[in-house]
Design a protein around this ligand. Structure first.
Ligand code: ADP
Ligand code: MG
Length: 386
């Protein structure tokens, strides 16, 4: 639907109050490199994708908020003074969470109607939830003319997911959805929350995302297990080396290797992944800045190997997708997201993309009996008013 069609739909859905209105967008994202580094105070490097959520809204003269999900064809209504978790309409909680956090800042809001639609695959690790939070924040803040900078808004959207939705996510998803820029990835330091735009200069390449369509079943329990193994490693190194070590971020590979024989095998392997992955993110930033895309691709393959063998969060299907990419001569490929399913991210020459997708679809189906889904994207813009 184009802008006019969306406004026509909005007009049929809600009464016109002749008050401030606007239309906003926020994208999903894919993490290019830096996996399982965020909770180790390390680095991540996502980019925004050309899939997004679009939201239209208009203020109302009372305390009511009405949300219409175009994709689910569902309407809900609440009062600004009594926002509570909605067990039935889960999607509405992402929106309420953001409103709740804005109200916590002390801003006095008035009611509004909003309608939204999106094309980010949901629950596939491309962060449709962060896009929904960020686009809501853009919408509500702009309609009320509240002053809040990009970082503050990203952190507010993260708090909405932590506090209202109840998912303990890090900062990456909301940061990139809010702060991403066309033609750039974003290097985020998860210790300081600082970020830098990283140019993705070579227009001969694009990013191809392959969805394994394997449900990320084991994620929660394995995630907690990995976190605790990382904590064990930190405790060990803090005792052996220096009490200033508070996260795996503070170690280099040499130190990890030095204690290989003293560490439990799993703990060594987890530390090895995180420490080497942090180094790969920094190397990737340099490679992209120097326009050395092939080098960046090699780092992506190395990241996958480390996630699969050392961190042990891949699965057969993700490994197959990465092997098929290597077979097809693609420059870079790795699993992306927490693992045990979800997507791979691939660095592909534009003129080879069609061929690559054909190979993936055919051979993945043959080996797994699953139809992979494939999305193509250049590094896209972050949230904006349109
Ligand atoms: P992910 O963020 O990886 O896509 P999540 O489970 O964190 O997966 O978030 C997905 C949820 O976000 C959906 O179940 C839904 O509640 C909400 N959501 C995302 N996109 C939309 C949309 N276009 N319309 C309605 N709800 C959406
Ligand atoms: Mg999410």
């Amino acid at each position: 639907m184009n802008k006019q069609e969306l406004w026509d739909n909005f007009g049929r859905t809600f009464r016109d109050f002749d008050l401030e209105s606007g239309i906003y967008k926020a994208p999903g994202r894919v993490n290019l490199i830096g996996e399982h580094t965020d909770y180790n105070d390390g680095f991540v490097m996502p980019m925004a994708i050309e899939k997004e959520i679009t939201m239209l809204a208009q203020l109302r003269p009372d305390r009511k908020v009405k949300f219409y999900s175009l994709d689910y064809d569902q309407m809900v209504e609440y009062n600004l003074d009594s926002l509570e978790y909605d067990e039935e309409n889960i999607w509405a909680n992402y929106i309420m969470g953001v409103i709740d956090e804005i109200q916590k800042l002390g801003s006095s809001l008035q009611g509004f109607n909003l309608m939204f639609t999106g094309n980010i695959p949901q629950g596939s690790g491309l962060s449709s939830s962060a896009a929904l939070e960020v686009v809501t924040a853009m919408t509500v803040v702009d309609l009320h003319k509240i002053k809040i900078d990009g970082i503050e808004m990203a952190l507010l959207a993260q708090r909405a997911e932590n506090n209202f939705v109840g998912v303990q996510c890090g900062i990456m998803d909301q940061y990139i959805s809010r702060l991403g820029q066309k033609g750039h990835a974003l290097l985020i330091d998860c210790r300081t929350n600082d970020y830098q735009l990283v140019p993705f200069k070579d227009e001969n390449y694009q990013i191809v995302i392959c969805n394994s369509r394997v449900e990320r079943g084991l994620v929660d329990s394995k995630y907690n297990e990995r976190r605790s193994e990382c904590e064990q490693a930190v405790e060990f190194f803090a005792e052996k080396e220096a009490s200033e070590i508070t996260a795996l971020r503070d170690l280099d590979l040499e130190t990890v290797e030095k204690y290989k024989d003293e560490l439990a095998e799993n703990v060594y392997k987890r530390a090895h992944h995180v420490v080497s992955e942090n180094a790969r993110v920094i190397e990737s930033q340099k490679a992209l800045e120097a326009d050395e895309l092939k080098k960046f691709g090699d780092l992506m393959y190395a990241s996958h190997k480390s996630l699969s063998e050392d961190y042990e969060v891949s699965c057969e299907e993700l490994d197959i997708l990465v092997s098929l990419a290597a077979e097809a001569g693609v420059e870079g490929a790795r699993m992306t997201g927490a693992g045990f399913g979800g997507c791979t991210v691939n660095l592909v020459k534009k003129d080879r993309t069609e061929q690559f997708i054909k190979i993936i679809k055919e051979k993945y189906k043959k080996e797994t009996d699953i139809d992979a889904e494939v999305y193509i994207s250049n590094p896209a813009a972050g949230a904006r008013k349109i």
